[in-house]
Design a protein around this ligand. Structure first.
Ligand SMILES: Cc1ncc(C[n+]2csc(CCOP(=O)(O)OP(=O)(O)O)c2C)c(N)n1
Ligand SMILES: [Mg+2]
Length: 382
């Protein structure tokens, strides 16, 4: 092999793999991975009056959300759900931000916000119908001010912006929060939302869970600057918070919501966290990321760090943890039973509702699918 051909085969360093600017991004953290409380002059005041009972409440929320999520993953593996998008690892970002909200605030989620749904009081079993294929949502958005899950990446940030502009015109003092991912940050919809919300001073918090991956794409392929710094170019503040720290996530979101309520406009919160599981149950992350990366993040587990803090501060005893374990098991059982009692999905429903009066192409596709189903020995399909 010639020197020239070796050089030609060597991949050029792409823009996306270049190092970010040398200044280390600032990260708001109130609890270290070891569960030690650290002082923060700017954000301490947002959690200064938190009681031991409320701290135990945050812990309970995270444990029950993780238990529910694990049950849903198992149910998918058992063939009860078609798909599941796990939130494993992102409990603190979701519970912290979710508990910062007031009842009259409005939430626009993606498809992974099971912890936020929990905080809003949406029954976890209602989240599962869509993943089983028996409905297109499963709850009334206006009952809990929690919009339906949105699969079209980034689009809900536009809905949130429009909604926020609307409530501002109505003179309400509530706020809106839009959840989205690091991958979504590359969508045009998100950039448009930033522009509109900034110039109209809309009361919206953009809560980006940077879980380091967009399916198999690492964050370096989305941005050359830390994501929170993007806000500056649009004219509003951006903050990076430790998304595995429930206290910091709570404090920073409270601050951002307060700004929105005070008429100070949008804020970008980048919750720096990690997707510990697969993108969805249809994904195999071993194909594109190393086990060591996950192991490094396991040491920063959001639940473990709050447990360490609770124990060190004598805010929770063995009885509390044991009772919670029993409650978790009961939740798992309830979710399992609810899903098993749901009907099987109607395989032909997908061909309905796209056109009010039908369409020749859809008819053709329906017939093709029916023939495919009939080709199986039992006529029941795969
Ligand atoms: C507009 C659009 N493009 C592509 C997809 C396919 N898709 C589904 S999830 C996903 C990655 C999203 O990554 P991120 O925003 O980081 O959220 P995460 O899944 O990590 O929570 C993509 C590309 C989609 N659903 N919508
Ligand atoms: Mg992501």
């Amino acid at each position: 092999m010639t020197v020239e051909s070796t050089a030609a085969r060597k991949p050029r360093r792409s823009a996306g793999t270049r190092k970010s600017p040398s200044t280390k991004p600032e990260l708001v953290q109130l609890l270290t991975p070891e569960g030690k409380r650290v002082k923060n002059v700017e954000y301490d005041k947002y959690v200064a009056d938190i009681t031991p009972e409320e701290l135990r409440g945050l812990y309970r929320d995270m444990v029950l959300t993780r238990r529910f999520d694990a049950e849903a993953t198992s149910l998918q593996r058992q063939g009860e759900l078609g798909l599941w998008a796990s939130l494993l690892g992102q409990e603190a970002a979701q519970i912290g931000s979710g508990r910062a909200l007031r009842d009259d605030d409005y939430v626009f989620p993606t498809y992974r916000e099971h912890g936020v749904a929990w905080c809003r009081g949406v029954d976890p079993t209602n989240l599962l119908g869509m993943f089983r294929g028996v409905n297109n949502g499963g709850w009334d958005p206006n009952s809990n001010n929690f919009h339906l899950y949105t699969i079209v990446i980034g689009s809900q940030t536009l809905h949130a912006t429009g909604y926020a502009m609307g409530i501002a015109k109505d003179g309400a003092d509530s706020a809106v929060i839009a959840y989205f991912g690091d991958g979504a940050s590359s969508q045009g919809d998100v950039a448009e939302s930033f522009t509109f919300s900034a110039v109209y001073n809309a009361p919206v918090v953009f809560f980006c869970q940077n879980n380091q991956w967009a399916i198999s794409e690492p964050t370096e392929k989305q941005t050359r600057v830390p994501l929170y710094q993007r806000a500056q170019g649009f004219g509003f503040p951006g903050v990076r918070v430790d998304g595995n720290d429930v206290l910091a996530s709570l404090a920073v979101t409270k601050w951002a919501l307060e700004r929105a309520r005070a008429g100070e406009g949008p804020t970008l919160v980048e919750a720096y966290t990690y997707r510990m599981g697969a993108h969805t149950t249809s994904d195999d992350p071993s194909k594109y990321r190393a086990d060591e990366e996950r192991e490094a993040w396991e040491a920063k587990d959001p639940i473990l760090r709050l447990r360490r803090y609770l124990e060190a501060a004598n805010h929770a005893d063995e009885g509390f943890f044991a009772e919670l374990e029993t409650e978790s098991e009961a939740l798992g059982r309830r979710v399992r039973e609810a899903v098993r009692a749901m009907p099987d999905p109607d395989r032909f429903a997908i061909f309905e509702h796209a056109y009010a009066d039908g369409h020749a192409l859809v008819d053709e596709e329906r017939a093709g699918f029916a023939a495919y189903q009939a080709s199986f020995a039992d006529g029941e399909g795969a």
